[in-house]
Design a protein around this ligand. Structure first.
Ligand SMILES: Cc1cc2nc3c(=O)[nH]c(=O)nc-3n(C[C@H](O)[C@H](O)[C@H](O)COP(=O)(O)OP(=O)(O)OC[C@H]3O[C@@H](n4cnc5c(N)ncnc54)[C@H](O)[C@@H]3O)c2cc1C
Length: 474
């Protein structure tokens, strides 16, 4: 863009949001151009921070008229480079000033939140109204609902309450031409054609910009029981989970798996963390069950877990004796991602498998990794109940980080081919972003890819919405 046109365009943006919310200086842009893993260093013409949906509409219209692409950004915690702008011809459209909770209806169990509401603040608002907003993950203190919708975030409560997709009943979205699609009615029944809301969930900002969402709330559970288990086989954990779900009428809300390596990493690097038990095992499970007051959950859990101990299904069990002890268990689990950074280079895989094939997948894949690189340290953890593993590979201790990371594509190929063979998905909850665009070509069916391209062309013919993300170039 010529410099006079450029300054005219930037003036127009400035007049929409005010000079205080338009940034062009490199140091002001910098935080929005880096992403949590440091995999990408972005570039952009400007960062613009609107405060209302109306301002977003005007920005999008201005960009559409000037042919300037936009990268929607909320908390910037996504792990695939989805929110990182990669060209000095684009703008970062940051939604973090859209922070209103417009409505909370405890009779209808719903809440309307603007896109920049931090997930933890939505949880808090729901809790103050005696309700539960169940979306929860380690970055929920900085991730925002617009970003969670963009990535269809999962987290630790999916087993019971579903992904973000299942927690959204309506959306307000600014389309690529600046039109506002307003459907915040959140009707439970509405069979009037294509499900437009769902198109934008998990679209990673490539189809439109979410400005607000109607979210589902749930009864706040009156009792919560947490247990830490040591197990020898993943399959034993899966059998136990299935049994507990049956016995408790689906009260298991979380079932997290951790390998012994991932636990060691968390204990080594999380200040104050203490192992819940002294028993050593190849795998550990963190179970959480929640229910209303009337359900005899504590006795049911104790009985089933002591039976599991007697039968040798589990090696050891600790049931948390207080909410604090339960929270301490969770703090260990949530420390794993960050702890891995202190162990050098790490090649990540966010994969999903049919739960009945997950243990076989792990058994078949670990030896292949060892054959390829002795002393590689698989750091495997994740949401076992959802069949979702963070199948991460930490570098051998003695190896140069750069030498290890140079093998990123080769390890991706090995792991993802195995995932495909076992009928799984190469992206369970983090999305595609920039990181897995090429992988998509290999593993998504050509018919599905073609359909995705047609949808993109129909909604964003000029490729202005988060270009270079999600869809591969050809
Ligand atoms: C320590 C850690 C733990 C994590 N654990 C989990 C986990 O357990 N489960 C999980 O699913 N994810 C997890 N994540 C990934 C990440 O936190 C989620 O994907 C989160 O939902 C991203 O939200 P955000 O506000 O940071 O979005 P951003 O990073 O800002 O954006 C994410 C994507 O959505 C698009 N986008 C942003 N805002 C909008 C909008 N308003 N409208 C349309 N598109 C938009 C962006 O362009 C980008 O493609 C974790 C991340 C970290 C750092």
């Amino acid at each position: 863009m010529p410099s006079t046109t450029n300054s005219l365009f930037l003036n127009q943006l400035g007049s929409i949001v005010g000079a205080d919310h338009l940034f062009t200086d490199a140091d002001k842009l910098q935080p929005s151009l880096t992403e949590p893993r440091g995999l990408y260093q972005g570039s952009a013409m400007a960062l613009v921070r609107p405060a209302t949906a109306g301002e977003v509409v005007n920005i999008v219209k201005t960009c559409a008229a000037a042919g300037v692409p936009m990268v929607p950004q909320s908390g910037n915690t996504s792990l695939c480079g989805g929110a990182t702008a990669m060209s000095s011809q684009t703008i970062v459209l940051n939604l973090s000033r859209l922070t209103q909770i417009r409505q909370l209806d405890s009779t209808a169990n719903s809440l309307v939140a603007e896109a920049g509401c931090i997930i933890a603040n939505i949880q808090q608002a729901a809790s103050e109204a005696g309700r539960l907003f169940p979306l929860s993950f380690a970055a929920d203190g900085s991730a925002m609902i617009g970003g969670a919708i963009g990535t269809n975030a999962g987290g630790t409560n999916v087993l019971r309450y579903g992904n973000t997709r299942e927690l959204v009943s309506g959306l307000e979205v600014v389309l690529a031409n600046g039109d506002l699609l307003d459907d915040l009615r959140g009707l439970r029944k509405d069979n009037t054609g294509y499900d437009l809301t769902n198109l934008f969930i998990g679209a990673e900002g490539t189809l439109g910009i979410v400005t607000a969402a109607k979210l589902k709330l749930f009864a706040a559970p009156a009792q919560c029981h947490t247990a830490w288990l040591a197990i020898d086989q993943i399959s034993a954990g899966i059998d136990l989970l299935s049994d507990l779900q049956q016995l408790s009428d689906g009260a298991v809300s979380g079932c997290e798996l951790m390998s012994s390596t991932s636990l060691q990493f968390a204990l080594r690097h999380q200040p104050g963390a203490r192992a819940p038990m002294t028993t050593q095992a190849p795998w550990y499970l963190l179970l959480e069950l929640t229910a209303s007051d009337h359900f005899p959950l504590a006795s049911l859990l104790e009985k089933r877990l002591s039976q599991a101990l007697d039968d040798g299904q589990v090696r050891d069990v600790v049931i948390a004796q207080s909410l604090q002890q339960g929270e301490d268990f969770w703090a260990i689990r949530e420390a794993i991602s960050a702890a891995q950074k202190h162990e050098g280079g790490s090649i990540k895989h966010d994969i999903a498998l049919p739960i009945q094939r997950l243990a076989k997948f792990v058994d078949a894949t670990l030896p292949l990794l060892g054959q390829k690189l002795t002393d590689i340290r698989p750091c495997i953890f994740g949401h076992l109940g959802d069949g979702n593993l963070h199948f991460n590979l930490s570098q051998p201790v003695e190896m140069e980080t750069s030498e290890f990371l140079a093998q990123w594509s080769e390890f991706n190929r090995l792991v993802h081919d195995q995932v495909d063979k076992f009928g799984g998905s190469i992206s369970a909850e983090h999305g595609i972003g920039q990181l897995k665009r090429e992988e998509l070509v290999r593993y998504k069916s050509p018919v599905a890819l073609q359909l995705m391209r047609q949808i993109k062309r129909a909604l964003d013919p000029d490729d202005l919405m988060n270009p270079g993300k999600l869809l591969p170039d050809k």
